[in-house]
Design a protein around this ligand. Structure first.
Ligand SMILES: Cc1cc2nc3c(=O)[nH]c(=O)nc-3n(C[C@H](O)[C@H](O)[C@H](O)COP(=O)(O)OP(=O)(O)OC[C@H]3O[C@@H](n4cnc5c(N)ncnc54)[C@H](O)[C@@H]3O)c2cc1C
Length: 436
């Protein structure tokens, strides 16, 4: 019979909870631990594993090194154990290929097979058993009881209006890219026109990937901005990825947080690395020389509405400053439109959807947005009520700043703080239950 009662249940086993597993193991946790992962095997952002694309973080900011540079789970030890260390060093690259980093993430994850149950998509979380534990349900009909949970499902893809509700096998977010592309090819053959919406790093990577895959296809990029902007790689701006910045940001007022975000957003958002921007510019230029202009970049342009023409997505476009209208019919539309953070705006979400059944029991701000404490714990709305410990791992950009979420940069340190607070909370819970 499958064991289903645990002290700690982690929901999702991506980088955030893999880093937590390493932190728990390295502190010899006495607790019974399980991680429930929806995919059938470990993988890091598999739908965007594009040939030639590199990672966006310093590789030493891996799953463990900032927390414990002597950990066996470091990227350097991975290279050493694969027998690739010297060849890797010979590459002389600042950032390894995403393929290699994905292999590293999988390699670390595989060390925790005893704790992880793959193919378990969590569908609901409730508090049961006299308010002392969680009941975590999965799509395959299992129910796990947990004295505490750490929720790390990654961010929800942002599908903004007018695309909301229009997703199909031909119109999808980049988190579905490779599987949907393969599906399209199997059913319909080679696409002739593909539209990429957005002005980010991922948008540039997608255009380059599509143009290499389908040299005969027309690729149209639609973006509201003036053109692809360079990422802010100033070492001064990159202090956003320092641990001290998290404290600085966490204690700032909402207005200050907004001002800091505005100044620092180009370190990670609405921008792309110089290498891919230059590669794209050169590709477009060469196509002009060859008089076969396959790639078109429609800047200062917004998508007004989406409809269908003979089964294909039809986009109504508007040039933002001169208001010319046009239409674009594409075989495939890919949304490089980002992810939702916690917040009250329409592009945000008040709580992660997976917490729907317990959200009304958790502390929020006046706008109903989940309050995330400095140690990433979620607090009960009524503090006098016994409520089992719950932590959010990786969904804290609004509260802790962009250095602490949506990136590898600080997740090893975050997992250390979560592990410390989690074990203390479990010890308190045992004391309280014994006393009651
Ligand atoms: C294309 C792309 C490239 C990126 N490149 C970089 C980069 O180079 N450097 C960098 O620092 N950051 C990068 N990021 C940011 C990235 O989000 C983080 O690096 C990292 O993946 C965050 O880890 P996570 O565990 O929080 O989330 P995720 O990686 O999203 O992992 C969440 C996990 O939870 C599982 N899950 C979700 N819901 C459930 C459920 N209900 N039940 C069970 N399991 C569930 C998912 O299957 C997944 O395995 C990139 C993001 C994208 C989309």
């Amino acid at each position: 019979m499958t064991e289903t009662a645990f002290d700690i249940v982690g929901i999702g086993f991506g980088p955030a909870n893999i880093a937590l597993a390493a932190a728990l193991e390295e502190r010899d946790t006495p607790h019974k631990v399980a991680f429930l992962e929806g995919m059938n095997a470990p993988a890091w952002q598999p739908a965007m594993l594009l040939s030639g694309s590199d990672i966006q973080n310093n590789p030493l900011r891996d799953l463990v090194t900032p927390r414990n540079p002597r950990s066996q789970y470091s990227f350097i030890n991975f290279l050493h154990e694969q027998g690739r260390l010297f060849e890797y060093l010979n590459l002389g690259v600042e950032f390894p290929l995403r393929k290699e980093y994905a292999q590293y993430v999988t390699w670390v994850a595989r060390h925790f097979d005893r704790w992880v149950r793959y193919g378990r998509t969590v569908t609901d979380i409730k508090v049961g058993g006299g308010d002392e534990q969680y009941v975590v349900s999965t799509a395959c009909g299992e129910a796990y009881s947990a004295r505490s949970i750490v929720v790390a499902p990654g961010r929800t893809p942002l599908v903004p209006p007018p695309f909301e509700g229009q997703e199909s096998e031909r119109l999808f977010h980049l988190t579905c890219y490779l599987p949907r592309l393969e599906q399209y090819q199997r059913r319909h053959g080679t696409p002739r026109t593909i539209c990429v919406v957005g002005g980010s790093q991922s948008a540039v990577e997608l255009i380059l990937d599509l143009s290499a895959r389908f040299p005969e296809a027309n690729i149209v990029n639609v973006q509201r901005g003036y053109g692809f902007a360079l990422k802010d790689t100033s070492p001064f701006s990159d202090h956003v990825y320092f641990p001290e910045h998290v404290d600085y940001y966490f204690d700032a007022s909402p207005a200050s947080k907004a001002a800091i975000d505005e100044q620092l957003k180009r370190t990670n958002y609405s921008s792309a690395d110089g290498d891919v921007i230059r590669k794209l510019y050169l590709t477009i230029y060469e196509q002009k020389l060859d008089r076969v202009e396959r790639i078109r970049i429609l800047t200062n342009t917004r998508v007004v509405s989406v409809s269908e023409f003979k089964g294909a997505p039809l986009l109504a476009l508007e040039e933002i400053h001169h208001h010319q209208e046009s239409k674009l019919c594409a075989d495939i539309v890919i949304l490089a439109t980002g992810f939702r953070n916690l917040g009250p705006d329409p592009s945000q979400e008040r709580f992660p959807p997976i917490l729907a059944s317990i959200a009304d029991r958790l502390l929020t701000d006046q706008a109903g947005v989940l309050h995330v404490a400095r140690d990433y714990r979620l607090l009960p709305r009524r503090p006098e009520v016994l409520f089992p410990p719950i932590f959010l791992n990786g969904l804290c950009e609004t509260s802790h700043g962009m250095g602490d979420a949506g990136s590898f940069s600080l997740l090893s340190l975050r997992s250390d703080l979560i592990a410390t607070s989690l074990e203390a909370a479990l010890a308190d819970q045992s004391t309280l239950l014994q006393a009651s």
